[in-house]
Structure formats: structure tokens, C-alpha cells
Ligand binder design. Sequence first.
Ligand code: ADP
Length: 215
Amino acid sequence: MILIDLNKRQEQILQIVKNKGPITGEQIAELLKLTRATLRPDLAILTMSGYLDARPRVGYFYSGKSGNRLLSERIRKLKVRDYKALPVIVEENLSVYEAIVTLFLEDVGTLYVINRDHQFAGVISRKDLLRASLGNKNLEDVPVSIIMTRMPNIVTVGPEDTLFEAANKLIEYQIDSLPVVVPLEGTKNAFEVIGRFTKTTITRAFVEMGKEDAI
Ligand code: ADP
């Protein structure tokens, strides 16, 4: 379903179908004093974008969906798997000092920590690192495993979850990022991190939708 700005003629067609549908393309053309061929592109746009439904031998009828409704339906269809970013994964024995360096080098706000068995173990955020740095001179000696937020207290999403569900979790739990996880093969209750979902992910999806061509 595509959200578009309708031109004047498309608005007219929409109005006609709203009032008189189901109605054939031929009949719409007659009412507008145009040829069927002239209307074809407009009708195609209106059906492809979901404003109108078309049934063979019946004609066009109004889908009853407003622009806003179409937009929210569209948003709810977007999947985490199509928007997730690459996760930055570190091992649990990495020092706080190295974690800070990694944050800068990778230009991210959150690191995901795995244990020796490659299982997802924890999350380290900017504030975790700042807190650990306060008054602590030996950041090279402190492993991230001591300061991270640990599983199972981590809010995660799956690749098949919707962007909308993920965005809701960011708001609800007041966090900056969600690890995208799948069950780790051959284990029970262990996960593999396959992505990163952040407020930037949502912003990017928003910008992409705004840029989309009319059709
Ligand atoms: P920042 O430290 O930049 O404010 P967050 O708001 O994401 O970043 O992190 C706040 C706290 O929540 C930190 O202690 C962090 O470890 C923890 N945290 C971050 N992401 C998650 C998550 N997905 N689930 C649970 N806790 C998280």
C-alpha cells in the first residue's frame, strides 16, 4: 500500500466512486467527459495505493480507507528485519577501557556482549561506561561483564517483529537500543544477536517513507 498525494482528477474519481460505486471505468469516464484511456493511469494509481478496490466485471468501489488509515496500516507492516542495523558485539572479558574505545571507533551508543559460548549475555550503554569510569582509575582491569545489564533482564526484538512494536518498546522501557535476537541453534533459552534496533533506525524508516515516490 502506497501513500500518495492525489491530484485533482484522482480526487474527482475518488468522490465519484464513493458516491456511486461499484462503478465501471467506462461510467466514470462518461461522468468526467473523458476517455477511458485517459483515466487508466489515475485508476491504476488509486487501486495500487489502496484507495479503491477493483473487481473484474463489477467495477471500482471505495475501500473506505482514509489517507491516515492507509499510513498507519503501512507503518504496521514494516518489519525489523528490513531495517535493523549491524550489531557491535564484544566479548565479556573486554575491559571497560576497551569498550569505551570501541564505542568511539564503531560510532555507536550501545555494545552487545556475548559469553564464551557465543550466547548473548548483556548490554553496555554510554551511561554504564560513564558510571563505571567515575572514580575508577583502573578501567583496563574491569571487564564489561561486571557492569553490563544482563540477560534475562534485557528487552529484545525478533526480526519478524514490526517496527511499530519495536518503537513502542523503546518508548515503554526508555532505552536507546534493542538487540535483534534469534534463538541460538542447539540451545535452550540462549540467543544470538543478529542486529541492532535504535531510535536512528526509526528515524531512517521515517525519512525513507517521506521520500517515497508518488508511485
Ligand atoms: P544511555 O546509557 O545512553 O542512556 P540507554 O538508555 O539505552 O542508554 O541505557 C540505559 C540503561 O538501560 C543502561 O544501564 C543499559 O545497560 C540498559 N539497557 C540498554 N538497552 C537495554 C535493553 N534493550 N534492555 C534492557 N536494558 C537496557
